[in-house]
Design a protein around this ligand. Structure first.
Ligand SMILES: [Zn+2]
Length: 137
């Protein structure tokens, strides 16, 4: 936070001929302004991220256990329910051999009906992506 009393102090120092002290205070103000600028940039980035997440959640809907994203006149998706529910990630499911497959968490979702985007049912938990290797003693 900038301390506006410093500006008056700097002015008084220059007026009384103590230029070195005034310059030191100016450098301190410069340093504080740079830190403030960095903080503002960080907060703007966080705000933008939150606004995008908010916009996304307003257009995201769940149908038959799968996530879809409303985009103008079409629905994008389907997206993996496991990835979105656990990590907030939108991972598009891939179709293969009458089932949907998540390329990230490897959840397999089968569909009992031939309808294009309805009637999908999740079967089983996702297979783990990585093995946990205990530390050696
Ligand atoms: Zn997934």
């Amino acid at each position: 936070m900038l301390h506006y009393r410093l500006f008056k102090e700097i002015n008084d120092l220059f007026a009384s001929g103590r230029d070195d002290q005034a310059r030191r205070l100016l450098m301190e103000i410069q340093s504080r302004s740079i830190a403030l600028h960095d903080e503002v940039n960080l907060l703007q980035t966080r705000l933008k991220t939150l606004e995008e997440a908010m916009r996304l959640s307003c257009n995201l809907f769940r149908r038959n256990g799968l996530y879809w994203l409303k985009a103008q006149d079409i629905n994008l998706g389907p997206f993996c329910p496991h990835c979105y529910d656990h990590e907030g990630g939108l991972i598009r499911l891939e179709r293969s051999k009458g089932a949907l497959h998540c390329p990230y968490c490897h959840t397999v979702i089968t569909r009992p009906s031939p309808l294009e985007d309805e009637g999908y049912e999740a079967t089983g938990e996702a297979t783990p992506r990585a093995r946990i290797i205990p530390f050696a003693n």
